[in-house]
Design a protein around this ligand. Structure first.
Ligand code: ADP
Ligand code: ASP
Ligand code: MG
Length: 401
């Protein structure tokens, strides 16, 4: 079998863990498999590199940030390869460009265009274990790019798709995908399996255990993913197209703190205003999430929407001139908000889920600012100070005894 194994930063944080991971890889190899390994930067390396950059220039170009951050993975592939050498197995480490990762040129959030896996194939044919740096590629100008935080998951799935691997295993520091972050909610339960669509929602809504782009790509190429522990030998969670019918219709609760709320007060209540507001936001390359527009009153209306925290200032800047021109009363953003979501494919066909969530919040006297629903999720915006209590209460409402 051709197996792709991805190990996250905490799984290779120190020498002992590097050897533990190396042993796993060697076991898989000695069972007669071809093994391609994707690895992230050790522990907090990526955060530390960002801190270093901020000391020098907080407004550094994204090109130079990518040059810097890609170094984290260069260290971990070399160390892991050295550990495997020591265990007596043939091995080679490859940077993103050597492994054939061609991306677009959106530095720090690059998208993979193709993975030309010829070099990886050749190394496997030489009976080597191949260790690839996650999170990075090269663009058409031969510049190093990175895929955005958590991007190594996507690197692994991209290799699995390009080489038609039999299996893609994502090893991390928890035993699988849980009904909530098991580090925050001790009663969270491990899921045996989950659909791509549910996992995509959970990942997008704040469950960082898998990067959402990796799930999107796995769905597109029908790559079966398995999320499992790099420390404990235990069955993990399978992410796939369909799962057997279960009693559990809600699959999980997610919390997202990386949210800002942008508010425009006193816009003229006329056709075309929302269109012009959001086309300006789109032009600034900002993704918008929950949107509410108030009912028009006295010829004016308000528009509120959410964006990522790092995009809030950019959004206000992009709208300032237009809002002034329209005579809007106020344009501002707030960052003290959190989004709590429940996800499950059963939501659309079963009534009462939203009410159960709202009841749990009401019991804790937590005010809901905005609500948004889709076929497989219900999300609410609340004060960020309430986020942990809210997550625990909502989780308990669905998964408590
Ligand atoms: P890695 O370094 O292996 O990529 P991450 O830190 O990116 O690991 O993701 C694993 C973390 O995701 C876990 O330690 C856990 O705290 C967090 N997490 C959040 N939501 C969930 C969830 N629903 N199930 C499992 N883990 C979750
Ligand atoms: N090292 C990168 C990060 O911390 C990529 C990853 O871990 O997936 O975001
Ligand atoms: Mg990760």
């Amino acid at each position: 079998m051709l197996i792709v194994q991805k190990f996250g930063g905490s799984s290779v944080a120190d020498a002992e863990r590097v050897f533990r991971v190396a042993n796993r890889i060697v076991d898989t190899y000695r069972q007669g498999n071809e093994v391609v390994v994707v690895v992230s930067a050790q522990g907090d390396t990526t955060d530390d590199l960002i801190d270093k950059a901020n000391e020098i220039n907080p407004n550094a170009s994204k090109r130079e940030m990518d040059m810097l951050l890609s170094a984290g993975e260069q260290i971990s592939i070399a160390l892991l390869a050295m550990a495997i050498e020591k265990l007596g197995c043939p091995v080679v480490s490859l940077l993103g460009w050597q492994a054939g990762f061609l991306t677009n040129s959106t530095y720090s959030a690059a998208r993979i265009k193709t993975v030309n896996s010829e070099r990886i194939r050749a190394e496997l044919d030489r009976k080597k274990i191949v260790i690839v740096a996650g999170f990075q590629g090269i663009n058409k100008y031969d510049d190093i790019t990175t895929l955005g935080r958590g991007g190594s998951d996507t690197s692994a799935v991209a290799i699995a798709a390009s080489m038609r691997a039999d299996l893609c295993q994502i090893y991390t520091d928890v035993e699988g995908v849980y009904t909530a972050d098991p580090r925050k909610i001790p009663s969270a339960k491990k899921l045996e399996e989950i659909t791509y669509d549910e996992m995509l929602e959970l990942a997008t809504l704040g469950a960082q255990v898998l990067n959402n782009r990796s799930v999107e790509m796995a769905k597109k190429y029908s790559i079966e993913l398995e999320v499992l522990s790099s420390i404990v030998h235990a069955p993990g969670t399978k992410v796939k197209e369909t799962v057997k019918m279960e009693k559990m219709l809600v699959k999980g609760v997610a919390k997202d703190l990386d949210i800002a709320r942008v508010m425009i007060v006193g816009l003229p209540d006329e056709p075309g205003v929302a269109f012009k507001v959001f086309s300006r936001v789109a032009k600034a390359h900002v993704n918008v999430d929950l949107i509410i527009q108030s009912v028009g009153r006295d010829g004016t209306k308000d528009i509120t929407f959410t964006v990522k925290k790092s995009d809030a200032q950019k959004t206000v800047d992009a709208l300032q001139e237009y809002c002034d021109h329209l005579g809007a009363k106020k344009l501002y953003f707030e960052t003290d908000v959190a989004k709590i979501s429940v996800v499950g494919a059963g939501l659309e066909t079963h009534e009462g889920f939203a009410a159960r969530m709202f009841e749990a919040l009401s019991d804790k006297n937590i005010n809901i600012q905005t609500i948004s629903t889709s076929e497989i999720k219900v999300s609410v915006l609340i004060d960020d100070a309430d986020a942990d209590v809210a997550t625990a209460a909502v989780h308990d409402a669905f998964f408590g005894e």
